[in-house]
Each structure stands twice: as structure tokens, then as C-alpha cells.
Design a protein around this ligand. Structure first.
Ligand code: ZN
Length: 153
């Protein structure tokens, strides 16, 4: 596993619509392993492949307690509720802003071996899933922000 440099706002990779993963091979596994390592080192809530310069539909979400969820080709199929909370992004350092997101989100995705699964996340996990799926379509939270908030140092 290796740390991959996180692209920051202004990098063209963050504005691109990513391609679906078609090969569930060793390259994908290496990418997911590196993304998890990078997320762990950056102490973030989630990371999308375009944030490390790879324009493929893959994300990792930190579920807490050292648990990380890998989602390949995720599609949000159901959302419930709505809340306005502050969120940040590893690609937008030193900032946070309030964004309206659903409180419960169900996704269909594939694991690293191509096996389809369904996952439902609530609260911060729901927020994170939406934020990371947006990355795959080249959307940063700053485009949806209601207002920026002070970042605690
Ligand atoms: Zn982000």
C-alpha cells in the first residue's frame, strides 16, 4: 500500500466525469488499497479515485472504528430526509461549509471482486456517500455550499 498525492481544487481531474470500472483486477485492488492508506493518513471521512488523479468510479468511505467500505461503480438508489451540516473535503484544505444532504442513503455498488451489494448509510455516512459520489461526476461540495464556516484548528 502506498500514499497517493491528493489533488486539490483547481486540478482538472476534479472536474471530470469518471468512467465505470470494467476490470476488477489487481490494478483496481492496488488503487483501492492505496486509497484506503491515503484516507487513513489524511484522517478523512471519504476519498474518491479522481482525488488521487484516477478517473474511475471508485470510492472509499471511513465508517469509523478502523472500518473502511470500498464501493466500485456506486449508484445512489434511494435517499431519505434532509439535513444541513458542515462538511469538508481533502481536496479543499482549510475550508468547511454547510451543505444540504439526505440523512439516509442507499447505494448499489460492487466490491473489488465485482460482486454486487447494497449498502445503506445514515447520518455522517449518508453525507459522505453523497459527497464521494458527487466527486465521480466532477462535482465538489463548494458548488453546493450554503455558507462556509470557520474551520477548527
Ligand atoms: Zn471531497
Amino acid at each position: 500500500m502506498a500514499y497517493r498525492k491528493i489533488r486539490e481544487i483547481g486540478d482538472p481531474c476534479l472536474k471530470k466525469k469518471c468512467r465505470p470500472v470494467t476490470e476488477f483486477d489487481e490494478r483496481l485492488h492496488a488503487l483501492l488499497d492505496d486509497m484506503k492508506e491515503t484516507l487513513r493518513m489524511a484522517e478523512g471521512a471519504g476519498l474518491a479515485a479522481p482525488q488521487v488523479g484516477i478517473l474511475k468510479r471508485a470510492i472509499v468511505v471511513n465508517l469509523g472504528d478502523n472500518k473502511m467500505l470500498e464501493l466500485v461503480n456506486p449508484t445512489i438508489i434511494k435517499t431519505e430526509g434532509s439535513s444541513i451540516e458542515a462538511e469538508g473535503c481533502l481536496s479543499v484544505p482549510g475550508k468547511a461549509g454547510e451543505v444540504e444532504r439526505p440523512t439516509k442513503v442507499t447505494v448499489i455498488a460492487y466490491d473489488r471482486f465485482g460482486k454486487r451489494f447494497e449498502y445503506t448509510g445514515e447520518g455522517i455516512n449518508a453525507r459522505c456517500l453523497c459527497h464521494e459520489c458527487d466527486h465521480l461526476d466532477g462535482i465538489l461540495y463548494v458548488e453546493k455550499v450554503i455558507r462556509f464556516v470557520d474551520v477548527e484548528e
